[in-house]
Structures are given as C-alpha cells and as structure tokens.
Design a protein around this ligand. Structure first.
Ligand SMILES: [Zn+2]
Length: 232
C-alpha cells in the first residue's frame, strides 16, 4: 500500500513538473514575443517623433544618394545593414557611420532566419555584428530579421546576443517601387507619433526623401534614430 502511494505521489510530482515546465516555456516564449519593438511610445512633450529605417544596404550609388538627402535635411536615421555588404561597400558604410546614423543588424546574407538552425542563426547575427564593429567600433543593439520573419528560436538567440528585435509600424512597400508619389502619400497617410517607417535602399526611396522629410517637418515631426525613439 505504502509503495503504491509513493509511486502515485511520484507520478503526481512528475505531472506537476511537466505542467510547470510547460508554463515556463509558454511564459518565456510570450515574453520574447512581447519584447518585439514596432512603434515608439507617444512623446509627452508635444513633439511628434518618427524614425526612418532603411533595410538591405549598403548599395553602391543608392545608399550614398540616401545619405546625401538625409544630410541636406539634417536628419538622422537607422540603417539595417546586410553583413557581407558591409565588407563589400565598407567605404559607404564608414560614411554612414561617420554621418551619425544608427546601424542595426539585418543578417549576414538575408536568409529567412526561421528556416535555419540555432547555430546558423547565431552565425548570421554574430558575423554581421563583427563586420559592423570592425568598421564602426560599435555593436548593433537592434536586429531586424529579413522579411520580418521570426520564431521563438530567433527571438531567443537575439536575446542571448543582447539584441532587441525591431519590426516596424508603417510599411509603404517602397521595395516594390510603386512610384515616388505613392510612397510619399502612403507614409503621410499613416504617420503618427512614434512611427517606425520601413524603407529600403531603392532609387525611388532616395528620390522621394527630400519631399517626404520637408512635408513631415511641416506637420510637426522630428526625426529620431531607433535608440532615441526607444530610450526610456
Ligand atoms: Zn531586407
């Protein structure tokens, strides 16, 4: 009798352990997901803030055109760079860094991170951070996974590397080159205090920047980097 009781209580104990483990897994995965940044908090000092982000570069010619437009408008932005491109176009990357823009990690060669193993994901992050550090001396704080595609493993490995995952709150789909006016009107229609705007290093984006920035300034927006937007 006594033995059966012990066995039963052991079984009960095991069940409890399993339930506890399941809860830990659930809570931790939702905790990671809850940590994804998409939009800044509304500011409490009356200023409307907006963060322009540019994915996929550096590209020859296009990225310098974007940097020129930003400099002429005295705007700082955030560039999510692809690791191998940092090596290939390190002169452009160096200019980007010297002009005071923030740099984030957009993987080493732009795969769907969700199709990779843990080791492969870690390698994509670390190799790009290494390239950025080599030419700027700074370690990226933010990761934007290519295609915005992530799973718990991606979030976990980002956290292990002290990186925050950032998506966006405003996507004018400039990558499809829908026309300069279309990109501008999509951003203006959807802009709000704290918007994170997803843009890419494309010609239409470089062309539309002066008008977009001028109009947003007229509407009371100030331009910030992601670190400024997400500062406490
Ligand atoms: Zn991309």
């Amino acid at each position: 009798m006594k033995q059966t009781g012990t066995r039963q209580s052991r079984k009960h104990y095991l069940k409890l352990l399993l339930v506890a483990a399941a809860i830990v897994v659930l809570v931790s995965s939702s905790a990671f997901a809850a940590g994804i940044l998409r939009q800044g908090k509304a500011s409490n000092d009356g200023a409307k803030r907006i963060a322009l982000t540019f994915d996929d570069g550096p590209y020859p010619e296009i990225t310098p055109a974007i940097l020129k437009a930003l400099e002429e408008a005295d705007v700082k932005a955030t560039f999510f760079v692809v690791g191998w491109r940092v090596y290939e176009y390190h002169d452009i990357f160096t200019t980007m860094n010297e002009k005071g823009h923030e740099v984030g990690n957009h993987s080493y060669d732009h795969p769907h991170l969700t199709s990779l193993t843990a080791e492969e994901i870690a390698s994509q992050l670390k190799k790009t951070n290494y390239a950025v550090q080599k030419y700027s001396g700074k370690k990226p704080v933010y990761l934007r996974p290519p295609y915005g595609s992530y799973n718990d493993l991606v979030l976990e490995i980002a956290a292990e590397n002290d990186m925050k995952v950032v998506l966006w709150s405003l996507n004018p789909e400039d990558w499809a080159s829908p026309g300069v006016d279309v990109i501008i009107s999509r951003v203006l229609e959807q802009a709000s205090d704290g918007s994170v705007v997803l843009l890419h290093d494309t010609w239409q984006t470089a062309q539309m920047l002066p008008e977009l920035i001028t109009t947003l300034k007229e509407r009371g927006y100030v331009f910030v980097t992601l670190s400024e937007l997400f500062a406490d």
